[in-house]
Design a protein around this ligand. Structure first.
Ligand code: NZQ
Ligand code: ZN
Length: 385
């Protein structure tokens, strides 16, 4: 196992009715900026619960954060913070609202050009405002990690950053808040979490028995419960397990001390930047093609994945790897997610644009061994057409 440091300061408040705990989590004298998305939180009554729990605190609201949150929108929130002497941010929503809140929290305290946050992958951030979250969509793990992904529409860029200053202070995870999710978003969340696990698992072995076993359990849980969450949306136990799995998939635990890939994510971000395809769907397209392309370097872990996640134990090595890749693709299909670029209007001409965008963003040595060059990315994308 590789050396690692692990520190996760986010407090998790999990379970039914936990929004009422907000009163004890947000400082009593805070001036709060309540951030939310395009209206689902208002429609579902979550915002009403949050407003009630915040009581007499001064609260300013900032709605309209888009899925794949936009840089320009986030900067408007920074102005609102400065105009109203806001001291605490509260994100209510999915990964997009939480990611935007991280960027806003950092940008509000940054001296200099905020775009530096992206060119430095977060290194330019020296402090950030405190913020909490109320999660309504289990998927990204953003509620318990220091990462964020922001889209700059004019630059055609969707770029990530990370900073130890950008962990939420607390996150409220009430599975009942997820009952209102449309099937498309349930599927997206399960697929995204599944690929987060794979990106920290399907590399090469480093004798990390606990991380591997934990990752395999999380994947089997999603394979089992993902379709059930779509079939029986109001089943609390199913929703609770999916929610907790998505958080554990990307809160640092399974990734500690093991190699990471993230090539599917970086290639996928460029597809979303191109045509706004849902994040999870870009992953379901790229991952199976990447597994096939990288079956040589990933051979040992692919065989382990076949056996321990899919119970594929018969046949030659190559046959078991083929079966595991097919099973992965079929899992996405079972969740109602298409796995070909053509399903999302992306053809050969767009492949060139995606590869050019990767190059322009310095994504020229991706994967656990940095061998996914633009040429390899082109090969993977062409196979995914
Ligand atoms: O905008 P509203 O009206 O609120 O509706 C949202 C949105 O349209 C809706 N929704 C959320 N909770 C709901 C609900 N509808 C009904 N009931 C509820 N309870 O769902 C739609 C999608 O929301 P969004 O926040 O965009 O989805 P998700 O959580 O999948 O986040 C995706 C974003 O996270 C980034 C992605 O790139 C993408 O921009 N990621 C962030 C990561 C991180 N911070 O670590 C890692 C991920 O790999 C990912 O890149
Ligand atoms: Zn993701």
């Amino acid at each position: 196992m590789n050396n690692f440091d692990l520190h996760n300061p986010t407090r998790i408040l999990f379970g039914k009715g936990r929004i009422s705990d907000l009163d004890g989590q947000v400082p009593a004298d805070a001036k709060v900026l309540l951030l939310y998305g395009g209206g689902s939180a208002e429609r579902t009554g979550v915002l009403a619960q949050v407003r009630a729990a915040l009581g007499d605190r001064k609260v300013v609201e900032f709605g309209g954060i888009e899925p794949n949150p936009r840089y320009a929108t986030a900067l408007k929130a920074v102005d609102v913070i400065k105009e109203n002497d806001i001291t605490f941010l509260l994100a209510v929503g999915g990964g997009s609202v939480i990611d935007a809140t991280k960027f806003i929290a950092a940008a509000a305290e940054l001296e200099g050009d905020v775009w530096d946050i992206f060119t430095s992958w977060g290194g330019a951030i020296k402090s950030a405002m405190p913020f909490g979250t109320v999660l309504t969509l289990p998927a990204t793990g953003s509620e318990m990690n220091p990462a964020s992904v922001i889209t700059h529409a004019e630059k055609g860029a969707k770029l990530p950053f990370m900073s130890s200053h950008c962990y939420p202070v607390f996150s409220i995870l009430d599975p009942e808040l997820t009952y209102t999710l449309p099937p498309r978003q349930i599927a997206n969340g399960v697929a995204d979490a599944f690929v987060h696990i794979i990106e920290q698992y399907l590399t090469y072995p480093v004798a990390a028995a606990v991380q591997d076993g934990f990752a395999e359990t999380l994947m089997r849980t999603l394979i089992d419960l993902g379709p059930k969450a779509m079939e029986t949306p109001n089943d609390y136990d199913t929703r609770a397990n999916v929610m907790w799995t998505a958080t554990l998939a990307l809160n640092g635990l399974i990734g500690a001390g093991v190699p990471h890939d993230w090539a599917s994510h970086m290639i996928g971000h460029e597809i979303t930047a191109l045509n706004d395809t849902d994040h999870a769907r870009t992953l379901a397209v790229v991952l199976p093609a990447l597994m096939q392309d990288q079956r040589g370097p990933k051979r040992e872990k692919l065989l382990q994945y076949a056996a321990n996640v899919w119970n594929i134990r018969e046949g030659s090595d190559d046959a078991r790897i083929d079966a595991a890749i097919d099973a992965t693709r079929n899992f996405f299909h079972a969740m109602g997610i298409d796995t070909r670029l053509g399903d999302y209007g992306v053809g050969p001409a767009e492949v060139d644009r995606i590869v050019a965008a990767l190059e322009s963003h310095g994504m020229v040595a991706l994967g656990e061994t940095k061998t996914i060059t633009p040429d390899v990315a082109r090969r993977i994308l062409t196979a995914a057409l």
